[in-house]
Design a protein. Structure first.
Length: 98
């Protein structure tokens, strides 16, 4: 049984050393954002082996950053997100303080 849910899509990931990254595209089924305070990509892990299991899209399954304006009850309601590096590390670049 397949389940279809409307989730924000990860449209870009520039973290080339992540195991889920293939040609600036995230190939995880879904990612989790945040540790409660920072909008880090909790799904990120560095690995020299990259997944080759292509998914048509990657969704944002959960967001633990309640200070983001797109967060409603620990879920992201942005249209789409981008993942990249900033001075805090690997994170959601769409984060906006509520």
């Amino acid at each position: 049984m397949e389940m279809f849910m409307k989730m924000p899509v990860v449209t870009q990931c520039s973290i080339s050393d992540c195991a889920y990254n293939l040609e600036n595209t995230c190939n995880a089924r879904a990612i989790t954002i945040g540790d409660g305070v920072h909008p880090g990509c909790d799904t990120f892990f560095a690995n020299s082996t990259h997944t080759h299991d292509f998914h048509e899209y990657t969704g944002v399954g959960a967001c633990k950053v309640i200070t983001c304006r797109f967060n409603r009850e620990f879920e992201c309601f942005a249209e789409e997100i981008r993942v990249g590096r900033n001075k805090s590390g690997v994170c959601c670049l769409n984060y906006m303080l509520a």
